[in-house]
Write a new protein. Structure first.
Length: 134
């Protein structure tokens, strides 16, 4: 079964929602099964970044942790299946700056918000289970 997905690239995160089931991000964000986020650790150092291939956003090992959680920015809806890759990727300070220039919002939206400060401190588990791929 093919599923149409909308994808938003975020600093350290790639967020997905099922565009067949939920027509907008806001609709998906309020549903308990609305979002899936792929979190990637960044290791800052000097590296080449010439022809962009999205695969470069993934480490060579795809081992991960997964848990049910929330958005990292208000309104903090608990609608996210988090998938956090264990190994970091290497990025330079310049590349990190380019990530921060990306937008949270779509090109068609009136208000444009940069993808920065989209994190929050670690939260208590509150009974959640964290699972590992290996």
């Amino acid at each position: 079964i093919l599923m149409k997905m909308n994808i938003i690239y975020r600093y350290k995160q790639i967020m997905h929602w099922n565009a067949v089931k939920y027509k907008t991000f806001d609709e998906a964000a309020t549903a308990p099964d609305g979002l899936a986020v792929l979190g990637i650790f960044l290791d800052g150092s000097i590296t080449d970044f010439k022809d962009f291939n999205p695969k470069c956003l993934l480490p060579s090992s795809l081992h991960y942790w997964t848990y049910l959680g929330s958005l990292t920015t208000p309104p903090l809806h608990e609608s996210v299946i988090w998938i956090v890759l264990k190994d970091p990727i290497t990025v330079s300070e310049k590349q990190l700056g380019k990530f921060r220039m990306l937008l949270f919002t779509g090109e068609e939206e009136d208000q444009r918000l940069r993808m920065e400060n989209n994190f929050r401190p670690p939260q208590p588990l509150k009974g959640r289970k964290v699972r590992s791929s290996n």
